[in-house]
Design a protein around this ligand. Structure first.
Ligand code: FAD
Length: 385
């Protein structure tokens, strides 16, 4: 069976690896000539890590992962710890450590595991023609490729989504801007084995360890959409937004390399339940575009990849039936994650300041059990539970 995957992000490549392992002839077509992920790193929660383990990448992902043993919330203004606790109960409950990983390392690992020789770069898809016996991908350069199945893993601005739905749903601005990047670990900022988050005024500053003695950092600030985005101003803007915050936050701002920092206006898409059309299926952000507030977008894309492979392997009534069964298994879970992230986003970023203040008050009382319960609720229900 021939499979065309559109998009060489973490979803498309995970699906590619899973389907190649079943013996399918898989090609990935990627729009850009050189892949530069939009963020510096991501947290892979136990559900995402288990999917990579399932794809035979357990050792590689563990080598990329930072050692994140503890979690803490810190009051941004005073620098006082609100709560600090071990993540071991989560590891034991889920049966797997979470791993924060640099995106470049993750991308490289997935491309190598899939096989770079089967990735066609500089191939923007512009159209899909679905037929009874094959589906045809149409590329901007006029080239066409026919296959038995086409997977749209082309991210939040998906072209394939437009074909599947017959229209393009609007992306919804979530109300905040995220700056993210990598810095060398410095315990003047936070302990090296801890996911530390400074909170206040609906803003957030977070650091977590990734391999190579680096912290993945991000700053969230509620802001209107469409403000100027000039790299050379990032530090000055962050100094302004975090004026008066505790010393570790100021230290972090001074350490930032503006050239390696990303600025993202955070969006999601209202969940929808049509993920397939004939021989075409959506996967990853193309199917369920989420805010990053529970760190599950990429993990969910990896879950999609595993379920897609199982559906194609185990169903014998034809690919259209197998794709429908894949979607049936995924739509509810992925939609729940999008809506849970949206809810978390609103609490974290001061949509209703009274609700956000109540959350800060709770953090001072927290012993970790409620937060771990919340994280586990996101992990639970994954295909490899
Ligand atoms: P993408 O990674 O977007 O890849 C899509 C690929 O398709 C791209 O390479 C693109 O160039 C290509 N493409 C697009 N259009 C075309 C076309 N027409 N033709 C051919 N190719 C095309 N997730 C987590 O699990 N944990 C986290 O901690 C986390 N943190 C995040 C932090 C931020 C700031 C953001 C923005 C997201 C975060 N996410 C996180 C979400 C995660 O990044 C996404 O869910 C994930 O990248 C989705 O993977 P994907 O393969 O579906 O899409």
């Amino acid at each position: 069976m021939k499979v065309s995957i559109i998009g060489a992000g973490m979803g498309g490549l995970s699906a590619g690896i899973a389907l190649k392992r079943l013996g399918y002839e898989v090609k990935v077509f990627e729009k850009v000539e050189a892949i530069r992920p939009v963020g510096a790193a991501i947290s892979l929660w136990p559900n995402g890590v288990k999917c990579l383990n399932y794809l035979g990448l357990a050792e590689q992902v563990a080598a990329l992962g930072g050692r994140m043993d503890h979690m803490a919330y810190v009051d941004g203004a005073s620098g006082r710890t609100m709560t600090r606790f071990s993540l071991q109960p989560l590891v034991e409950q889920a049966g797997q450590r979470p791993y924060p990983v640099a995106r470049a390392g993750l991308q490289d690992m997935l491309m190598r595991a899939f096989g770079p020789e089967d990735i066609a770069l500089g191939m923007p898809l512009v159209g899909v023609e679905d037929g009874a016996s094959a589906v045809t991908a149409v590329f901007a350069n006029g080239q066409t490729v026919a296959s038995d199945v086409l997977i749209g893993a082309d991210g939040t601005h998906s072209v394939v989504r437009g074909h599947v739905l017959g229209h393009q749903p609007e992306r919804r601005y979530a109300g905040y801007v995220n700056w993210n990047g990598l810095v060398e670990i410095d315990t003047a900022i936070a302990p090296a084995d801890q996911w530390t988050t400074f909170v206040g005024e609906g803003k957030r500053v977070s650091v977590m360890p990734v391999a190579g003695n680096r912290f993945y950092f991000f700053f969230d600030v509620p802001l209107p959409k469409g403000q100027a985005n000039e790299r050379a101003t990032y530090k000055a803007i962050l100094r302004e937004h975090f004026r008066g915050w505790a010393a570790p936050v100021q230290t972090l701002i001074e350490r930032i390399d503006e050239n390696g920092t990303n600025r993202v206006e955070i969006h999601d898409i209202e969940p929808f339940d049509t993920w397939t059309r004939g021989r075409v299926a959506l996967l990853g952000d193309a199917a369920h575009s989420t805010t990053p507030d529970i760190g599950q977008g990429g993990c969910a894309a990896m879950e999609d990849a595993v379920v897609l492979a199982i559906a194609l392997q185990t169903n014998t009534l034809g690919v259209e039936d197998a794709l429908r069964r894949y979607a049936q298994r995924r739509v509810q879970r992925a939609s729940d994650l999008v809506l849970r992230a949206r809810k978390r986003c609103d609490v974290t970023h001061g949509k209703d300041p009274a609700v956000t203040q109540a959350w800060y008050d709770e953090l001072w009382q927290e012993d970790g059990s409620n937060i771990i319960r919340g994280i586990y609720a996101n992990v639970q229900g994954n295909p490899l539970d």
